[in-house]
Design a protein around this ligand. Structure first.
Ligand code: MG
Length: 399
């Protein structure tokens, strides 16, 4: 692992890296490396390798059947965690390229950011966190790191995917001080109040831009959001007015899509232009200077931030808290809780590989047992969780 003194930008682009990276971009040449050292890849940059490993892992495929907002079986057109992650990667790459940042790393972080997510979205995460309250808690963001560091079993020479420090730094968006202390050099930045690299900052905001906009789309399609109410949100109304004015005869559905497309374009442009100004004013010349900078350097302008917050508030009130979403959430929370208790009471219900892991944890270690069970439940897709719940507990809730 390289020490944290890489202030000098690399003289030459690393092999297979984009030729015109900004000095403050992450580069394979100045990477702090992998936990288990490996020879450099033959035809790819280090971050391409990270990205490829993420796409090949089992947790990535499971995203296809995990809830974003709508439980997977509610309709084929709604976003799942997989299509969400792909949209994040697309937005993140565009921003990264415009700013001279490392697209491959941005893409890797974007595709991996939700790998640790439980079934049933935030409801599932909160329910599992409740179950784990006396055993160290459960946090999906930390779980994403656990997936890539420990849980994936694909390589002969190391556990997990052995990603670069920069990818792992980007995946761990937030972290409690207690957990940060246990995470060694990766946790350091939360203790020292430092920033992650710019690619991580981009992926973080690309995540927000993606879900704000696709949740408007899914919310309208589901009928849970009313377009007249949505027009109270400035960010939507302004673009919607422009579309209606310019294309007065456009079918409503197309007008919505054209509006959302313009909303994404407007906020992405704002983010790129404002971040460019911040980067210039800061004078940073290396990824470590970015890390030491007191504030993030990828950010919206004040106006875009205010409008984004207004949209988020609207979505919280009108979509996430909608009675129909909440009804499904109540069932989902019960499913996670009941599965957890069933496995805690009788670990023989677990599949063989998880029982093997239980044998490896110390006897009489309820926290160790709970963690194995949390890993198993967190890895479930929505439909697998529903199937196991129905089968093991003779439940009829989802019938
Ligand atoms: Mg996300």
């Amino acid at each position: 692992m390289k020490p944290l003194i890489t202030d000098a930008p690399p003289a030459e682009p690393a092999p297979f890296e984009a030729p015109r990276l900004a000095p403050y971009a992450a580069s394979s040449a100045t990477s702090r490396g992998r936990r288990h050292p490996e020879p450099a890849p033959a035809h790819r940059s280090e971050y391409q390798r990270d990205r490829d490993r993420i796409i090949h892992c089992a947790a990535f495929r499971r995203l296809e059947y995990k809830t974003q907002v709508f439980v997977n079986h509610e309709g084929d057109l709604f976003r799942t965690r997989l299509t969400h992650s792909i949209e994040v990667a697309q937005i993140g790459r565009s921003i990264a390229r415009a700013l001279g940042l490392n697209e491959d790393l941005t893409e890797a972080i974007s595709l991996a950011h939700d790998l640790g997510h439980t079934p049933f979205g935030h409801t599932g995460q909160d329910a599992l966190n409740d179950c784990m309250r006396d055993h160290g808690g459960f946090e999906h963001n930390l779980q994403s790191l656990r997936v890539v560091d420990v849980l994936e079993e694909r390589y002969a020479e190391f556990p997990g995917l052995n990603l670069t420090f920069e990818a792992r730094e980007g995946i761990l968006k937030h972290c409690s001080i207690k957990n940060a202390r246990e995470l060694g050099e990766l946790g350091e930045r939360f203790l020292l109040k430092r920033q992650p690299g710019l690619e991580a900052q981009v992926a973080n905001l690309a995540d927000e831009i993606a879900y704000n906009n696709h949740d408007v789309d899914d919310g309208l399609r589901s009928g849970l959001i009313d377009i007249d109410a949505l027009r109270s949100v400035a960010l939507f109304a302004r673009q919607h007015d422009e579309v209606l004015q310019r294309y007065p005869r456009l079918a409503p559905r197309r007008a919505i899509h054209e509006t959302i497309r313009r909303m994404i374009g407007w906020v992405v442009t704002d983010l790129i232009e404002h971040s460019r100004r911040l980067l210039q004013a800061s004078g940073v010349q290396s990824i470590d200077a970015v890390r030491r900078h007191p504030t993030p350097l990828i950010d919206y302008s004040e106006a875009a931030r205010t409008q984004t917050q207004e949209l988020k508030r609207f979505l919280r009130q009108h979509l996430y808290a909608h009675e129909r979403v909440q009804q499904v959430s109540a069932k989902a929370a019960k499913t996670v809780r009941d599965l957890f208790s069933a496995f805690m009471d009788d670990p023989r219900l677990l599949p063989p590989q998880y029982q093997d892991r239980l044998h490896d944890t110390a006897a009489n270690d309820p926290a160790g047992r709970a963690r194995v069970i949390a890993d198993y439940i967190a890895g479930m897709t929505d439909r697998y969780a529903i199937r196991e719940y129905t089968r093991l507990l003779n439940a009829r809730d989802w019938a």
